[in-house]
Every structure is written in C-alpha cells, then in structure tokens.
Ligand binder design. Structure first.
Ligand SMILES: Cc1ncc(C[n+]2csc(CCOP(=O)(O)OP(=O)(O)O)c2C)c(N)n1
Ligand SMILES: [Mg+2]
Length: 328
C-alpha cells in the first residue's frame, strides 16, 4: 500500500526515533552505565514502527526481548523518556527501574511487557485476545516473536486455540535470520516460516519486514480481520538484526558480507529514498526530521543519566501486598 506523503514522513520519523534510541542504549550498555543484558533491534525498525502505527492505545501489545522500538512508540509521548530511564534501571523509569530492558511494561497503553521466557507471551496473549471477545469490544492483541521462538511448543498451543476460537490475535514473527547463533534454516524445515500457520488454517504471510509500507498494509488487513471477529493472522516479517544477539556479541557466526548486504536493505534508507523520489521530499525536510529526533533523544538520555537509582530501602516494595488476606 502506498502511504500518503504525510503518513510516510510520520513513520520515517518513528523509525529514526527507534534507531537513535537503540544507538544511545548501545553506547550506555557498552560503557557499563546500563546494567544487564540488552538486545538491540537496529535494522528491524520497520517491523516495529509499522505494526504499532496500525494499533490503538487500547489494543494489547506483547513486545519481546528485542522490543524497545515497539515499547517506545506505544508509550505516551510524555512517557518515552521514562522508557529509556527504565532501561537505565533508574527510579524514574516507567516501572521504577525494577524491570529494565526486557521487562518494560505500561498498562496505561496496554504494553503487557515481556518476562524472559521465549514463547510464553504467545500463550498469555490468548488471554487478552479472549478478553476482547468476552467483553465484546474490538481491541486486538499483537504478540511479537522471533524465528527461534516459533520452535517453542507453546506456539502450537496458542495457534490451535486462537484459530479454533477465532481470537483477535496477530502473530508478528520477525524473522531476523538468527536465534542467538542459529540460522533459522538450521532449526526449521520450512523455507518460509509463515507456512507453519497454515496447519491451523491461520491466514499466513511472508513479507518484506524492512519495507514499512508493506508492513503497514499487511498488518492493517490482519487487524481489520481481527476486529471483525474473523480470527488470527500470522505475519512473518523478513528482516535482519545488525547487532549480535545481545549488545557485546561479536556475531562471529555470520558469513562475510551478510551484514553489509542487509545494510543495503536498511528500512530507513528504503523509506527515505521513497520520500525523496516519489514524494519530492527535500534534503532539508529530512534534515529537519533528524534534528527533531536528536533533540528528543537527547532529552531521554539526559533524563536517564540525571535520574537517581532506586533507593535500597525500596528494594522489596511491591514484593508483598499490604492487602489483608481474609481469614488469616
Ligand atoms: C524458553 C526459553 N528458551 C531459551 C531462552 C534463551 N533465549 C533468549 S533469546 C533466544 C533466541 C530467540 O531467537 P528469536 O526468537 O529468533 O528472537 P531474536 O533474538 O532473533 O530477536 C534464546 C534461545 C529463553 N529466554 N527462553
Ligand atoms: Mg531471530
């Protein structure tokens, strides 16, 4: 689907925001400021930005461990800096610094968070999807997953149930070619992982996950079907992560030239060229977007660096409830 110039400009800016967000996270992860494991999504911006673009605040989103982009774009504008400070494990973070990179959640926009167990959210997503049916509203659920995660048994269970009950659930399978160091062709017999859904009679597609217009077109159709009660869709979005599995992984398992070839298919480059060639967007307009994004990202970084760490005495806060248990 060809997007209007305004729409393409908007999602280009969204993608650039993710790219710059991730680049800053990488800097502070590598210099030791950010604790813990960080999985970056540089190179996968279109799959995240395109999907979130189609969704409403009340749709349920299950990002995965590589989901900073979907998390930031789903959050309210005023909370985006708190997504970054959460990754910095600061008290100002959207979860008080208790979640960190892999567990950023924000129920106010129905970002349901991740828990570290691959394939678990594919099942919990059934619950929110069923909730929409039960309450007779048109909210849909989107669960992000990777090519490696598809090998989990939970994916079979989830798809069997969502297809049987026609739940409003969209499986966004970002095929970035690797699960840690294993190429997807070494762990799956299918050439196209989307064919996997056909056994459950789930409409399934393999698309160019670096082409934001294609991502939006196919996701929109899946969301429309789900809102109408026509059931789940599986969308395999072909993409590539430019970094290793985690920040610091040298990715020595990649053949020479593979990364460079994928950099030619950079989602930002594709969108930028289209903006310039098809819509006559000027270099100055592109520069203005970059400058806006830089100002925004600088705010998030400053806020994250200047925020205090959580207080030690708060460490057990939220572990136990203050609520009285009846009959105790
Ligand atoms: C049940 C389970 N098994 C293994 C792991 C360790 N693990 C974390 S990420 C990952 C690879 C996931 O690959 P993929 O689904 O392709 O996502 P990607 O990292 O490529 O985005 C593995 C095996 C885990 N977290 N949970
Ligand atoms: Mg993968």
């Amino acid at each position: 689907m060809a997007l209007s110039k305004e729409h393409l400009l908007k999602v280009y800016e969204d993608m650039l925001l993710i790219r710059r967000f991730e680049e800053e996270v990488e800097v502070y992860a590598k210099n030791g400021t950010i604790p813990g494991f960080i999985h970056l999504s540089i190179g996968q911006e279109a799959a995240q930005a395109g999907v979130v673009d189609v969704l409403k605040d009340t749709d349920y989103k299950f990002p995965d461990h590589r989901g900073h982009g979907a998390i930031v774009l789903s959050s309210k504008a005023e909370d985006r800096k708190r997504c970054m400070s959460e990754i910095f494990a600061k008290a100002s973070g959207i979860n008080g610094g208790r979640g960190g990179s892999m567990h950023v959640h924000d129920l106010s926009v129905r970002n349901m968070g991740f828990n570290g167990i691959q394939g678990s959210t594919v099942v919990t997503a059934l619950g929110t999807a069923f909730n929409s049916v039960y309450r007779k509203n048109d909210d849909v659920t989107v669960v992000f997953m990777g090519d490696g995660t598809l090998g989990e048994g939970t994916c079979h269970e989830s798809m069997n149930m969502s297809a049987t009950w026609k739940l409003p659930l969209i499986y966004v399978l970002i095929n970035n070619h690797y699960a840690i160091s294993t190429h997807y062709t070494e762990s799956h017999p299918q050439k196209q992982l989307s064919t996997w859904g056909l056994g459950y009679e789930v409409p399934s597609f393999t698309i160019d996950g670096n082409d934001i217009e294609e991502v939006i077109e196919v996701t929109q159709k899946a969301v429309d079907r789900a809102r109408k009660g026509e059931g789940p869709t599986l969308i395999e979005m072909m993409s590539y992560r430019w970094q290793g599995h985690f920040s610091g992984d040298p990715a020595a398992y990649r053949p020479d030239g593979e990364l460079e070839a994928w950099k030619e298919k950079d989602p930002l480059k594709i969108a930028k060229e289209r903006l310039q060639e098809k819509h006559g967007v000027t270099a100055d307009e592109i520069k203005a977007i970059s400058e806006r994004v830089e100002v925004e990202i600088a705010k998030y970084v400053k806020f994250s660096l200047e925020s205090p760490v959580p207080k030690p005495e708060d460490a057990v806060k939220y572990v136990y409830t203050d609520r009285e248990v009846e009959g105790r």
